[in-house]
Write a new protein. Structure first.
Length: 344
């Protein structure tokens, strides 16, 4: 079932007997559970209406039995089941707990009318070889919460601000994604903070977002790599010194520089094999937005130059970890050496 369809149904007062939620985006998964809880119960009713289980500690039979028990003092009952073993791909059955999936399969044929069971599966994928998972998919009870792509994230951020009667510009959304990453939980916190500062009817642009959100080490290193690409060694040194003032470890900075250069080199190799950005993201285990940024920065480098930069960093890393060279000085000398020649 599509996420939007699932939200639309519950907001319209239509509830399925069983939901199975899974995917990387645990924040939006939690939002769905919160929305369902708020629709089913008042604040005072929650304690009586919500019952929680964990498949690592309780069998699925217990959750089904609870769902089949009439609610007390409330009209409905919500049975929340945290699962990392029963339906998760790669999940290992807990030897202490014996599960009988057929109990839940039988329940689906005759669900208790006032109960809703929600399985929050803490896994990126479900084990689709299992009969239980196949049955639940056939009943349209499964809702996937994958990571959103860049366009969806921007739309989601703008909408969240609009719900608070604020306007978030696309440039501000881009900056937030670059600084905070693609985690919807942390992004939501940053947007809410910006909305609070802007006030009702306020406009949040990139300048405001930059002032009110902290630059990450990764972002500063990305800018440092950009300066390296343009052979602006004075700028690269200035950024490096700022990182040292913030007490960032030179070995960590060198590792982050190497990581960015390595990603660029890998992207160049995949581009030669005509991989799409989405395919490259899957191959490298990165979000498509990170691939897009790295591909843009990588245009300023040749594969040969990237290889030389990485080789020099590997040699520097060896020297720093062996105590053969002062860490802070070693990385500064590396940056200075880049301006000696402009060869590939």
């Amino acid at each position: 079932m599509d996420i939007r369809e699932a939200f639309k149904e519950i907001k319209g007062g239509k509830f399925r007997p069983v939901y199975v939620l899974y995917g990387k985006d645990r924040y939006r998964m939690g939002q769905f559970i919160d929305a369902l809880t708020n629709i089913l119960f008042t604040q005072e009713e929650r304690e009586m209406g919500v019952v929680k289980f964990d498949t690592a500690e309780s069998s699925v039979d217990e959750a089904v039995l609870e769902a089949e028990t009439p609610p007390f003092f409330v009209e409905r009952k919500l049975v929340l089941v945290r699962d990392a073993t029963l339906m998760a791909a790669g999940g290992k059955d807990n030897a202490k707990v014996e599960h009988r999936p057929e109990t839940l399969i039988r329940y689906l044929d005759n669900p208790f009318p006032t109960s809703v069971i929600v399985f929050a599966v803490h896994a990126d994928k479900l084990d689709e070889r299992r009969k239980l998972v196949k049955t639940l998919k056939d009943r349209n009870s499964v809702v996937a919460f994958p990571e959103m792509d860049t366009a969806e994230l921007k739309q989601w951020l703008v909408k969240r601000a609009a719900e608070q009667k604020r306007t978030l510009t696309p440039d501000a959304a881009d900056l937030l994604i670059a600084r905070v990453g693609v985690g919807t939980g942390q992004l939501s916190q940053e947007v809410d903070k910006l909305c609070l500062h802007a006030g009702e009817g306020g406009i949040i642009d990139a300048e405001q977002a930059a002032l009110l959100t902290a630059a990450t080490v990764e972002e500063d290193v990305f800018a440092l790599v950009d300066a390296i690409a343009e052979l602006r060694i004075d700028r690269a040194l200035g950024m490096y010194h700022q990182l040292l003032v913030r007490r960032e470890e030179p070995i960590k900075i060198a590792a982050l520089i190497a990581r960015q250069l390595r990603i660029m080199l890998q992207i160049k190799e995949l581009e030669q094999h005509h991989y799409s950005p989405q395919q490259m993201a899957g191959q490298l285990g990165l979000h498509p937005y990170a691939v897009k940024l790295a591909a843009e920065k990588g245009k300023k480098f040749t594969p040969a130059r990237l290889g030389k930069l990485l080789a020099a960093l590997a040699e520097l890393d060896y020297g720093m970890k062996r105590g053969l060279i002062d860490k802070a000085l070693g990385l500064e000398l590396y940056l200075l050496s880049l301006g000696v020649g402009k060869g590939a």
